[in-house]
Write a protein that binds this ligand. Structure first.
Ligand SMILES: [Zn+2]
Length: 253
């Protein structure tokens, strides 16, 4: 069977890079084709019909033509531009983080519909969430689950015993929590409070409607942020680019 020369897909714009005089190469995340790169020719010209439909985070309906190297975007129509994300620096920075995370953790042409759905829902939620940090923690934990990196939060990753309701230790390299005895063998594991474990379990097991009702004080919120950052840095083997930017905004808030 030959693949059609022209195809249609919905997509979320993850990244845009200028090329040539008026073109852009876009990285898109799609429901059935995973992550893919495509070129938008002439999109930087003021009269381009594509312009405006291919901004960062935009959810669009696209028509593409197969190209020799890159597929070519021939038509684009906005489904949602998530306007509140563009009008608020904090919200847009959280959206940058979410799209960067999908960009960094996925390979091209690997379909993962739950990842697409989660990203789309997250962009929508970031438009009106009152606690962007909580929305992001829910996103991170569920994204890692969809990608096969779900942290283990019930049994010690060293000895498999059920975790006691005390301060335990989070180990990025073991993909979960260690009991105090097993922590001795892994000095870099960091303390994780009982409340932090409870919140992470709750975010893993409940839908967003329930999860978003949690109220976290700033201490617990920053503990969770630090734990997730450590785990994500370990998995990626580097820091996410948006992290330093988010930190500078957090200091101002
Ligand atoms: Zn143990």
């Amino acid at each position: 069977m030959t693949t059609p020369r022209v195809y249609k897909t919905e997509a979320i714009v993850l990244k845009r890079v200028n090329v040539g005089e008026a073109d852009k190469i876009l990285t898109l995340y799609t429901p059935n084709l995973g992550k893919l790169s495509a070129i938008a020719k002439g999109v930087r010209r003021p009269k381009s019909k594509l312009g405006g439909h291919l901004e960062l985070f935009t959810h669009s309906s696209l028509m593409l033509a197969r190209g020799r190297n890159l597929d070519i975007i021939s038509q684009a129509e906005t489904i949602s531009s998530f306007l509140p994300l563009r009008e608020d620096l904090w919200r847009s920075s959280l959206a940058f983080y979410a799209t960067e995370m999908v960009y960094q953790f996925t390979a091209e042409h690997m379909e993962n519909y739950p990842v697409y759905k989660l990203l789309l829902d997250t962009l929508r939620r970031l438009c009106d969430t009152e606690d962007g940090e909580l929305t992001l923690r829910y996103f991170e934990l569920n994204l890692l689950t969809h990608l096969g990196y779900k942290p283990e939060l019930y049994h010690c990753q060293g000895c498999n015993s059920a975790l006691e309701p005390i301060t335990n230790f989070f180990s990025a390299s073991s993909g979960g929590v260690l009991c105090p005895q097993c922590k001795a063998k892994e000095p870099v594991a960091r303390p994780i409070s009982l409340n932090a474990i409870k919140v992470m379990r709750f975010l893993q097991e409940n839908d967003y409607a329930k999860a978003s009702r949690l109220k976290l004080d700033s201490e617990l919120s920053s503990e969770l942020e630090g734990l997730m950052r450590q785990y994500i840095r370990y998995l990626l083997e580097r820091e996410m680019k948006t992290v330093a930017w988010l930190d500078s905004l957090r200091r101002e808030r």
